[in-house]
Design a protein around this ligand. Structure first.
Ligand code: NDP
Ligand code: HSE
Length: 417
């Protein structure tokens, strides 16, 4: 089976390297050689292991290619290219979650008579797509909760363990090949949202766009939040959450305070983990490297092996289910909240804050005032609330921002119990 690699970066080069290194084992497992014959990149690479070209037509025109592996990134261009390839009834494998979050269903439809694999698009090397489509196919999925972005988890872990500075750790994650070409996708939560939408689409048939769901990233998490979390036995993690609530689907991606004894709280570094609650099996947890060339290559090649095994007509590929589910309105999210705000240290400020909270049906569970340093005229206050609706907390934070005694921004994080 001859393959073309569209994109010879972190993942593309790791796929080629692994196919060549493990070629005998791969052949033994699928009874066919999988040979990378050509790759596409913008810049030519003298040390590449296979010929590289920078003209897409040179690759697409080759009649001898059986499978095209898209590892370029982006949305519009890969959509155009993959659509063309699938219409020619050639198989495609991709790791491109941004593309899939917008166009998976259209592409699955085009792939009716051929294979379209995307195991590598969610959680790097963890075979979570296969788990949902196959291993858990007898279950109604009650909830999916996952650490889905390796870069964010790496940053939060290093900030917690080593008191490292956000920008320095982000740079390290980029050097290690974990981050997206534009790291905003990682630190503002979009990448995790793309992955959550793929999982929610498989589990619930829900077809919504990233714009429709609540997305927040780790960029605003500060040393002070880490300090509070440690004091009160929490760990801060970035989670994607999909769950059935009142016959609707709640979908959200944001940092959370998680009790430090929870299993997801112990997942550190670039590791990802996904907890799936099924009505038959109960809770099961999947853990492994979530980003980086090798981890992703492992999943890309698993799809290639399935294609070589001619599994293209099985349940692995081609998976579209329709749904009667609707998305839960963001305002109806009901949980506990953490608030951090800097205020002038003067009489009456605390009572004004608690008054605003009670006006919006918000009740305090925990309160901490961080002792201020000498010569500072403001103090940092931390609150944890009892459960309330998202609508209430959004109005409260807006009202707090308007107060003359509040300095800087008011930061809010949800608690995941
Ligand atoms: P890189 O930026 O390292 O590599 C992208 C490759 O595609 C480069 O070789 C680049 O060329 C080439 N390329 C990009 N645009 C074009 C274009 N218009 N024409 C020709 N070549 C192009 O990205 P990654 O390898 O990290 O990621 C690739 C895909 O895999 C993305 O969709 C990403 O989201 C996904 N992914 C990445 C993971 C990771 O851990 N890195 C994990 C899971 C999925 P050049 O080298 O000349 O710049
Ligand atoms: N940038 C992504 C991450 C790559 O950090 O998780 C894996 O999808």
């Amino acid at each position: 089976m001859k393959i073309a690699i569209l994109g010879y970066g972190t993942v593309g080069s790791a796929v080629v390297e692994t196919l060549l290194k493990n070629q005998d084992l791969i052949k033994a497992r699928c009874n066919e050689e999988i040979i990378p014959v050509i790759a596409l990149a913008r810049s030519l690479k003298p040390n590449a292991l296979i010929p590289i070209v920078n003209d897409i037509d040179e690759v697409l025109e080759r009649e001898d290619i059986d499978v095209f592996v898209e590892l370029m990134g982006g949305i519009d261009l890969p959509f155009e290219i993959i659509s063309k390839i699938l219409k020619r009834k050639k198989s495609v494998v991709t790791a491109n979650k941004a593309l899939l979050a917008y166009h998976r269903c259209e592409l699955e439809k085009l792939a009716q008579d051929t294979a379209f694999g995307y195991e590598a698009s969610v959680a790097g090397g963890i075979p979570i797509i296969k788990i949902l489509k196959e291993g858990l196919s007898a279950n109604n999925i009650v909830s999916i909760k996952g650490i889905l972005n390796g870069t964010s988890n790496y940053i939060l872990s290093k900030m917690t363990e080593d008191s490292a500075k956000f920008q320095e750790v982000l740079k390290k994650a980029q050097d290690l090949g974990y981050a997206e070409a534009d790291p905003t996708f990682d630190i503002e939560g979009f990448d995790a949202a793309h992955k959550l939408l793929i999982l929610a689409n498989i589990a619930y048939g829900l077809r919504v766009k990233p714009e429709d769901i609540l997305i927040e990233g780790v960029s605003k998490v500060s040393d002070e939040d880490i300090y509070f979390a440690k004091e009160f036995e929490y760990t801060i993690k970035h989670l994607g959450i999909a769950k059935i609530k009142d016959e609707k689907i709640e979908l959200r991606v944001h940092p959370v305070m998680l009790n430090k004894d929870k299993m997801l709280a112990k997942v550190d570094g670039v590791m990802n983990a996904i907890s799936v609650d099924g009505d038959v099996l109960g809770e099961s947890l999947y853990y492994g490297p979530g980003a980086g060339g090798k981890a992703t290559a492992s999943a890309v090649i698993a799809d290639l092996i399935d294609i070589a095994r001619k599994e293209k007509n099985s349940a692995i590929f081609g998976y579209l289910n329709d749904t009667s589910y609707e998305l839960l309105n963001k305002d109806e999210i009901y949980t506990r909240y953490y608030l951090r705000l800097k205020v002038l240290d003067k009489i009456g400020v605390l009572s004004k804050i608690t008054h605003l909270m009670s006006e919006h049906q918000i009740s305090i569970d925990t309160f901490l005032q961080k002792p201020k340093k000498e010569k500072q005229d403001y103090s940092t206050l931390f609150f944890i609330t009892h459960q309330t609706y998202e609508k209430n907390i959004q109005i409260l934070t807006q009202r707090l921002r308007e107060q003359e005694f509040v300095k800087d921004d008011v930061f809010m994080m949800r608690i995941e119990d």
